[in-house]
Design a protein around this ligand. Structure first.
Ligand code: ZN
Length: 307
């Protein structure tokens, strides 16, 4: 029983349409679920991923309309790392991203850029041999597609404080400042970097939490106990419709979630039409009309490109 890398990463946006245009349009991910924030149903929760919405590829956003860009600081994830096939993919993305007027930087073998709200990404060529998790965007050649998460970089002033919990979760030390969740099929790295002097502010363009991947409720229960044993304040298992979840904050400040893989996004709509209709959990279905009126209608760039 072990973590199979990351299940999903959840961040915040202030503009759902620009968000869809950036992640589905520019980066070529598939919008795999259009639903609401279960804790605040008048705002969107958008899920992007590979073609099936496979754990390990899922980047999600809560939309708080009009939220100002925040800033990553101590105890926050500041960069999301994606796998790509190789150097040629970096050439492709450097050109494609720059053509949209977004700045890129190639350094240390990776390509860095940020979305329109400042959320930073790194494309890492040839990182590990996990099965590729690619979306099939009509205008991104398959060999250059993003292939799932490689890891995240977080700021931590005292990263050693996190060591006992990470060890309890089976996340192993990987060099000076990195930790590795190496499952049978998928890996993910967690790097801790020295924090900036300025305090962080959770808002648009910042990561809200990262979720580690587990098989089912039995594994969630076992890892929840491990987290409790390491002193974390873990929630009970919560039903998130497409997976079940446990949340706790790790000692450096990053909000961790454990999420199960045994339900998935085809739970309430066919795999062929994932992300097209607004899906609501049963408790909000009776508010559909009101919610549909309040939520901004979204246009999916994949449909525009495909014509
Ligand atoms: Zn989550």
């Amino acid at each position: 029983m072990q973590l199979e890398g990351l299940h999903h990463i959840t961040a915040i946006t202030g503009d759902a349409q620009r968000n869809v245009d950036f992640y589905a349009g520019l980066l070529g991910l598939r919008l795999v679920k259009k639903t609401v924030n279960f804790d605040q149903p008048d705002v969107y929760h958008l899920y992007f991923g590979d073609e099936q919405g496979t754990p390990g590829s899922i980047l999600t956003f809560f939309e708080f309309p009009g939220a100002a860009p925040g800033r990553a600081g101590d105890g926050m994830v500041h960069t999301i790392q994606w796998r790509v096939a190789g150097e040629q993919a970096l050439d492709f993305w450097a050109q494609r991203i720059a053509a949209e007027g977004v700045g890129t930087e190639r350094a240390g073998g990776v390509l860095r850029f940020a979305d329109f709200e400042g959320l930073a990404h790194e494309l890492v060529p040839g990182a590990g041999d996990d099965a590729p998790l690619a979306a099939a965007a009509p205008d991104v050649p398959a060999e250059h597609a993003l292939l799932g998460f490689h890891g995240v970089r977080a700021y931590a002033a005292r990263p050693e404080a996190s060591a006992p919990l990470l060890e309890q979760l089976g996340i192993e030390r990987d060099g000076e400042s990195a930790w590795s969740a190496q499952g049978a099929d998928r890996h993910a790295l967690l790097h801790y970097d020295e924090p900036p002097a300025e305090r962080g502010r959770q808002s648009a363009g910042t990561v809200h939490h990262i979720a580690w991947s587990l098989a089912d409720d039995a594994e969630l229960d076992a890892f929840r106990r491990r987290a409790l044993d390491a002193g974390a304040h873990a929630t009970d298992i919560i039903d998130r419709q497409y997976f079940h979840s446990v949340y706790f904050r790790e000692p450096s400040g990053v909000l961790f979630e454990l999420a199960s893989r045994d339900i998935g996004f085809a739970y309430d709509e066919p795999a062929e039409t994932l992300g097209e209709a607004l899906k609501l959990p049963p408790q909000y279905e009776n508010r559909r009309e009101d919610l549909e009126r309040r939520l901004t209608p979204l246009s999916n760039p994949r449909e525009r490109v495909a014509g």
